[in-house]
Design a protein around this ligand. Structure first.
Ligand SMILES: NC(=O)c1ccc[n+]([C@@H]2O[C@H](COP(=O)([O-])OP(=O)(O)OC[C@H]3O[C@@H](n4cnc5c(N)ncnc54)[C@H](OP(=O)(O)O)[C@@H]3O)[C@@H](O)[C@H]2O)c1
Length: 198
């Protein structure tokens, strides 16, 4: 995997969070689901909310997010460290059945919860965007293999977070760069690597 360079490049920065007017956007999805999207993915979540009839937003403090004020956003406050309760709360949320787009940023101690969420989503006719850190490179090959599996309901794609090279070394991606990359992946329905992977 040496020398992988972004295949998205940094297309379209600045699109994240742009609003062309509440009535100017036609909803593209009926129900959508975003997990772990209240931090660095906030702008991507706002973009998805604008294009959804209903967005289910999940994190421990989802209700405190400014996105919770949007009339089409349903918040689920749940902790992925308790996978049983986490899955139950999501599965019970209005709009979970019929989710057409799911964006997951479940990391660290959320491995079991993520496995179970993916299991649920695999039954739906749904684009699943799995956002992962650069340490998850080994998953890229497995994700490509899964995509080739015929008959699967869900369409999994992966967004991998890299870094940006600078004159003096490298830096983390900014939140704008990350949200823009996720939006680009949703629009293309294709894997993306944001930035540079060593
Ligand atoms: N290049 C890389 O590989 C890479 C990888 C990772 C991160 N980063 C950098 O790290 C920065 C931020 O990453 P971050 O993950 O700390 O923050 P974040 O994305 O800003 O926030 C984490 C998200 O997960 C939710 N969350 C956290 N623990 C949870 C739990 N136990 N159960 C349910 N939801 C939970 C949080 O909401 P609640 O707090 O409400 O639960 C929030 O929505 C970015 O700027 C990025 O550049 C880079």
């Amino acid at each position: 995997m040496d020398g992988i360079v972004s295949d998205i490049a940094f297309i379209g920065y600045g699109r994240a969070g742009t609003r062309t007017g509440k009535n100017g956007i036609v909803p593209r999805f009926s129900n959508t689901l975003m997990i772990g999207a209240t931090g660095m993915l906030h702008d991507a979540a706002a973009w998805v909310a604008e294009r959804s009839e209903r967005l289910v937003l999940v994190s421990r403090g989802a209700g405190q997010s400014s996105l919770a004020e949007l009339p089409n956003v349903v918040t689920v406050s749940a902790d992925w460290r308790r996978p049983d309760a986490f899955i139950d709360s999501i599965a019970r949320a209005d709009g979970f059945v019929g989710v057409q787009l799911a964006v997951l940023w479940i990391h660290g101690n959320g491995t079991e919860a993520k496995r179970r969420v993916l299991q649920h989503l695999s039954r739906l006719d749904c684009l699943v965007v799995n956002v992962q850190g650069s340490t998850a490179l080994a998953d890229l090959k497995a994700a490509a293999q899964r995509r080739r599996t015929p008959g699967a309901g869900a369409r999994p794609i992966t967004v991998t977070l890299g870094a940006v090279r600078t004159g003096s070394g490298q830096r983390w991606l900014t939140w704008d760069e990350i949200s823009a990359g996720v939006i680009d992946a949703i629009e293309a329905e294709e894997d993306r690597i944001i930035g540079w992977l060593p």
